[in-house]
Design a protein around this ligand. Sequence first.
Ligand code: GLA
Length: 428
Amino acid sequence: MLPRIQQLFLLLLGVSGAICLENGLARTPPMGWMSWERFRCNTDCMAYPDECISDKLFREIADAMSSDGYADVGYEYLIIDDCWLAHNRDANGKLQPDASRFPNGMLDLSDYIHSKGLKFGLYEDYGNFTCAGYPGIIGHMEDDANTFASWGVDYVKLDGCYAHLHDMDIGYPAFGDYLNRTGRPMVYSCSWPVYQEFNGIKPDYEAIIKTCNLWRNYGDIQDSWNDVLSIIDYYASKQDEIIPHAGPGHWNDPDMLIIGNYGLSKDQSKAQMALWSVMASPLIMSNDLRSIGAEFKAILQNKKVIAVNQDPLGMQGRRVYQSDSVEVWTRPITPVQDGQYSYAVVVLNRRTDGTPYRFSQSLQKLGLTNPAGYAFEELFDGVTHGELLPSDNLDVRVNPSGVKMFRAEVKVKAEDNSLRPHITRVGF
Ligand code: GLA
């Protein structure tokens, strides 16, 4: 066995020219479902047959995604997180799933997921072990990339437990390159920056955006409103640093949607959906789609909110106003007219004083300055708020720990003819 430094050197030699992902995937933030937040590392199928990490769970979730409307609104990737592996590789060093929980093997499950019109995602770890202690990919990168391709994997989440933090700058791009070389398009989700950031190393985002389609910046989401708030506070406090890296093909990932679980009320669920959409975040649910309440399903399937998340400009939004525990977040979106963006606008009420809070501020103050104004529509209740000029106030009442979310569509000055469609003479 070569010393680690030599292994890394050889690995670098094997990686040709410029290491650059550009796999053409994730032009808008990926949408899907992932097991970790809701089902964790439950491997006890005797005691918990409906909840353990198993072939059965993923087939049932695939059924729900395809038959209950989730796939129709864009949720596409079904991603198996940690604890799917056997504790040892097979006799040839190949990764293998736990035989009792995945008796049909991964290709069979992958075929089932694909037969439902969905895509198949799988978790692994760059280090010696996954975070839950199963075999990691170090020393097996090329083989493991090929194994994933042979199983029809469409999305890889590569975690960073049990790894040397400085090695990640070499290892994550190397594995991305091996994925590319398989010839199978696979979205590449990295945990590279979060491990570095939280251990005092400044992540090299220029390199990360060339390698990964999405990456975790912050800790794991837990099932609580406080956790949602701590995540958005992190993204707001770092927004000048983080936002420029987001765009088609490469996204910041504040972790899963926890809507429909134990921790969030209906208003808080709308708030997570709205804020994740304004932050151009991947919309990866982790919940039990077999038993989710209708009101949470409606929030997750709100097409107007999803359209903001999936806006083709791919610009990540930011916090633009904060006072009295009320915040406003905005995101530039299409249509763009005469150099002026439309905006998604989220008014978030973090107050807990038991009654809807009246918020009233001029658009100008929120950074919406198009002289001809904007047409405002609230996206959860569908109420049109008419046309507002920059000097007009957005005047709304927002429930405690809730949001109002607007699409503010840019207006064009009536007398401006330059924006009329050009008519081109064809033929003679
Ligand atoms: C880490 C990741 C989580 C999840 C677990 C699995 O904590 O950040 O998203 O994948 O590992 O062990």
